[in-house]
Ligand binder design. Sequence first.
Ligand code: RIB
Length: 287
Amino acid sequence: MREIYVIGSMSMDLVVQSEKRPAKGETILGDHFFMTTGGKGANQAVSAARLGANVHMVGCVGDDTFGETIVKNLVDNGVHVENVETIPQCASGTAHITLADHDNSIIVVPSANFKVTKELVDQVFKSMKDDAIILIQNEIPKDVTTYIIESAYEKGITVVYNPAPFIEMDVELLKKVTYFTPNETEVEAFFGSDYESIIQDYDKQLIVTLGDKGAVFYDEALIHVPSIKADVVDTTGAGDTFNGAFAVGLSEGMNIQEAIQFANKAASISVTGLGAQGGMPYRKDMN
Ligand code: RIB
């Protein structure tokens, strides 16, 4: 089975559940507060590891209690952490999440996640096998993300690029990633048009996630892979579960459609639990 390297963010999620979001200048009372491990990178690593993959996390945490908790959680989930660096005198990344109206709003403070360097990436490339799968997002410095894509392309290594949260990127760079997995909003921000107008230019490469409607990709025609109905508790981390599971599918030799079906199933299970990783399935839950 091919190894998966997630190069990305690790954060502590500070979550408030509330009836509504406060308006500008307004103070309201919330219902419940909890802290849980998150960060798009760590979420994707945990998703893949719970589904049985051999997963390495690459990134940075701060030298605080959040950092210790984040690393322990990865280890507890079977993720290799030899490439997780602790940055002295630095805070760990945090995400400030409001759950209201059946959806989330998130502000991410990157902190240590913005300390990931090209040197760390180079160190990881040295130990990576040629058939590895790299999973990246947009919560580490943009120049490092660009460097990973360029370097992996030169080495012929598979890259799954989940461009979340949206940041401006050179569209030309996309030609160098193996799979690009935005949601509908990210596609529009990226290309300035809806996915139907451009998806045929990215044959078997662009996979657009559509939330509870599943996902689409193009293979001589537009192919829609529907999702599975679920009782939604919290959608936070559903996209991360999808990406982690998609990488697992690829690592096990599934074709793109099979890997998307597998990922849709994992994502639909993930929304039934609270917190980004709370509902992420284990392999036994996928039968
Ligand atoms: O995708 C969900 C994640 O986004 C949360 O866990 C939070 O950390 C933010 O990065």
